[in-house]
Design a protein around this ligand. Structure first.
Ligand SMILES: Cc1cc2nc3c(=O)[nH]c(=O)nc-3n(C[C@H](O)[C@H](O)[C@H](O)COP(=O)(O)OP(=O)(O)OC[C@H]3O[C@@H](n4cnc5c(N)ncnc54)[C@H](O)[C@@H]3O)c2cc1C
Length: 438
């Protein structure tokens, strides 16, 4: 009998689970005893830790994603969204990119839908805020920063110039700090090509509601990072909240007010919205309630892992695993093996991994790391950051492409052109049509 394994989400957990199942269930997949489907709106898995480098132009965006169909030839890939999970009936509602929604049934489901930006009802946020979780956001942000340098260089209006050159990032976790540091480094680098811009004209503001930055590398290295950012001229406002940003008029809880054209929101994540349209149990933080063996608590035939799941941290009783790639990749491995054990009626094993610390890039040749208690800063940390992520990015093909990108950037200066035009590809054609004589 064919056992259909359905994976909701083709990110870290989805890709790595499917890769392992594809390898270990080779015979069953061949003779029709098992089949695997991944549903994801995208046809690729995004290696998110490389988003800041892609935004800074050190990496081509195409090289930081793994194409699902090429990497998983034995897996059926459906592009679209799961809008409802009816686990009691073992069926999901699948909304393809085009056309009518349809039902897809399964025998075993893997919830791997990850997380989305956790936002707050702040006036103006939906108008000018941008997240930093997808390739689209990272590249749009890069284009925007470079475009605003062009705007500032070409205007005579000091207000327009000041506003264009003010960049705000809210949230000082690794997404926010890396995005800020890499973009600042790129923009600073780019000013050499402008006659009327110097690095001192750029204003970078990091707003953080707590009293620390980069908690992922521990208090000592977090403090060092804070000093580094300040030494580089960035304003870091701790214990401060964004109160409003209507029309780009930024108001902070410390009383300061200023105009900015760019506001990046990286103040935490929450589980994918699919959790609210499913009959799977949730924990107190709204994630799928998961056991240490990565099954969905109190159910049969359902597994979950990664950012969407509340996985107990057995190395730290009473706590949950943090939502990061370090856990997601390792959980995927255990999850795939547990599915195989489950199908064979064997005992499942618990997921156990003690968080080993983190590495972060802070711009070209700059970084910070705290891994297995080894604390590094500056160039050695940056080197470790690159080697670690190179070893982690999926497939040899992508690794080679990433190394080629980095090598090119070593010998030639990085690209600093804004291709924001791709966001409005029909403007030129429309203008041409408008000039047509009847
Ligand atoms: C900028 C940035 C830098 C980071 N750096 C690091 C780092 O240095 N180290 C680290 O450990 N972690 C890092 N992380 C965190 C890490 O990337 C995440 O924890 C990891 O991606 C979680 O894996 P996941 O599989 O749970 O989710 P994801 O990898 O996000 O995958 C979820 C997938 O589900 C899909 N999906 C969502 N909803 C649906 C639906 N309804 N139907 C179908 N598909 C759906 C999405 O399209 C997505 O492809 C970083 C994150 C960001 C944003």
């Amino acid at each position: 009998m064919n056992k259909h394994i359905l994976i909701v989400g083709g990110g870290y957990v989805g890709l790595y689970t499917a890769l392992r199942l594809q390898r270990k269930l080779g015979r069953e997949l061949r003779n029709g005893e098992a089949s695997i489907t991944i549903i994801d709106p995208q046809s690729y898995m995004t290696y998110q830790p490389f988003l800041p480098e892609a935004a800074a132009g050190n990496l081509s965006p195409r090289h930081m994603v793994a194409p699902l169909r090429r990497v998983l030839p034995k897996v059926r890939i459906l592009n679209g969204t799961v809008t409802e999970v009816d686990h009691a009936a073992r069926v999901v509602t699948f909304q393809p990119a085009e056309g009518e929604a349809r039902k897809v049934s399964y025998d075993v489901i893997v919830m791997a839908a990850g997380s989305i930006s956790r936002t707050l009802p702040i006036p103006g946020l939906t108008d000018i805020g941008i997240g930093f979780k997808t390739v689209g956001e990272a590249i749009a942000l890069r284009n925007r920063v470079l475009h605003l340098l062009d705007v500032a260089e070409s205007t005579d209006d000091p207000e327009v110039r000041r506003r264009a050159l003010t960049f705000v990032v809210v949230g000082a976790g690794f997404a926010g700090v890396e995005a800020l540091a890499e973009l600042e480094d790129m923009a600073k680098d780019s000013t050499r090509y402008y006659r009327n811009l110097t690095p001192a004209d750029l204003r970078w503001v990091l707003v953080e509601a707590t009293n620390r930055v980069l908690p992922e590398v521990g208090p000592e290295m977090g403090k060092w990072t804070l000093e580094q950012l300040r030494e580089r001229g960035m304003e870091v406002k701790l214990d401060t909240r964004l109160e409003s940003c209507v029309g780009g008029h930024v108001v902070l809880s410390d009383g300061s007010e200023f105009e900015a054209d760019t506001l990046v929101w990286t103040a935490g994540v929450k589980p994918s919205v699919i959790v609210n349209s499913s009959d799977l149990p949730l924990d107190e933080r709204g994630r799928i309630k998961t056991t240490a063996a990565l099954t969905v608590a109190g159910t049969r035939d359902a597994f979950a892992a990664g950012d969407v799941a509340g996985v107990p941290d057995v190395t730290n009783p009473g706590q949950y695993c943090a939502p990061n790639a370090q856990h997601a990749v390792r959980q995927a491995k255990v999850l795939a093996d547990n599915i195989i054990r489950y199908l064979r009626g064997e005992q499942l094993v618990d997921y156990r991994h003690k968080y080993v610390g983190s590495v972060a890039g802070l711009g070209l040749h700059q970084g910070v790391a705290n891994v297995y208690g080894v604390k590094l800063r500056g160039f050695p940390a940056w080197f470790m950051h690159r080697t670690y992520h190179l070893s982690r990015v999926p497939t040899l093909n992508r690794k080679v492409r990433v190394v080629v990108d980095w090598t090119l950037a070593l010998f030639f200066k990085r690209e600093t052109i804004s291709l924001g035009e791709v966001e409005h590809p029909r403007d030129g054609f429309r203008a041409a049509v408008a000039t047509m004589r009847h």
